[in-house]
Design a protein around this ligand. Sequence first.
Ligand SMILES: Cc1cc2nc3c(=O)[nH]c(=O)nc-3n(C[C@H](O)[C@H](O)[C@H](O)COP(=O)(O)OP(=O)(O)OC[C@H]3O[C@@H](n4cnc5c(N)ncnc54)[C@H](O)[C@@H]3O)c2cc1C
Length: 402
Amino acid sequence: MSTAQGRETPAALARPAEVEVAIVGAGLAGTSLAAVLGKSGHKVALIDPHLVHHDEFRAEKIGMKQMRVFEKLGLGPAIRPLVTPMTDIHVFRLGQLFQRQRKWEFAFSYGALVNGMRQALPPQVPLTVGKVVEVSTGPDRQRLVLTNGAVIEARLLVVATGYSEALRRAVGIERVEESKAHSLSIGFDLAITPQECAYPAVTCYARNPADRIAYLSVFPIGNRLRGNMFVYRTVAEEWTRAFRENPQAMLCELMPEIARQCGNFAVAGPVEVRQVSLTTTREHRRAGVVTIGDAFWTTCPTPGIGINRVVTDVERLASSYIPAWLKTPGMDADKICGFYDDPVKVATDKAGMRSSIYAKRITIETGLEWRLRRLRNNTARKLMILGRKIRHRDALPTPSVA
Ligand SMILES: Cc1cc2nc3c(=O)[nH]c(=O)nc-3n(C[C@H](O)[C@H](O)[C@H](O)COP(=O)(O)OP(=O)(O)OC[C@H]3O[C@@H](n4cnc5c(N)ncnc54)[C@H](O)[C@@H]3O)c2cc1C
């Protein structure tokens, strides 16, 4: 900040910036919420330590349901240029083509998506680059002090800091580990272009539960052909080290049914590996503060529901809760709890956690119940594959008899 003479004033001596809502964390959740609230005329501060979101491996695909929510929130024009749409997904199960899914999916690089959305923020919502070093919260005012001494005062504090713990801990919110090292997400570029791949997009499920693999998804992001594989293993395992060292050989052995069509799985660039735990939150029902996205719960990427929870939080807060909260004085815990008890939010979070746990058990669990469930599912799938083959054979023209 500068004085009328143009000299720098220590930020600590400057007057606090007063806003209605201070959002800490400019990932997908924080940036989306800031954009929607800013566009509807609310005074918002958005704070993140990094001007540019680094290009780390995170969600790389959303479905039509999430895209519709972004559209409903008015974020469609910002998001559409940043995604690669696809609609013809070849699904392989049991080593064979199982079905072709004609559903819309949209792929992206997470960093590019978040940075694109930051650039599309309305001018009245600038990104404040800084870390919160002090925080005090209460039923009326929330006060944040940043690393440079700047002070922001707000009626509501939104914690959208993802996996990071510092701010949550300072506020008194605790993370509860429901399933530690639940799964491993592996991301890599394939060496061929999307045009050289035999499929517009392909999902291939593992055949053998002992492989501990949920599935491999191969899809285009712009001109890159991307692979995401979700496995139930840990970073420390020998399997993970071996995969990092020679992904091509292991993929060819694990999924020979699609290897040739995917350029024999020649991999370009590094193999990124991220361990994911399932976590929930305790002590979050407090005055003045609301926690969203991965700062609230983390689920498993395998069923692809992380972004669903993010967009649900943003939609519920921006459309219903925050505008109503700001209309009346105070920001007591009762107001905040309305959001945590919102039936749509509760159902979305619970479904995300349930499907994260189910996806793992149905893939690798060895107890009788789960073996029987796999047998039932795979028998039904084999019959469907057989039925399709018979229909296809019957549809062929009968060879004419000479
Ligand atoms: C490997 C992987 C693959 C995934 N794949 C999928 C998928 O296929 N489908 C799906 O739906 N979901 C997937 N997810 C989940 C999805 O990526 C997350 O749910 C989503 O990105 C969460 O967004 P967020 O804004 O809550 O958090 P983030 O995007 O992590 O944003 C947090 C922000 O807070 C900032 N921050 C942190 N600490 C501070 C602080 N003290 N002060 C200020 N700012 C701070 C960070 O810089 C960051 O910008 C995946 C997750 C992972 C890890």
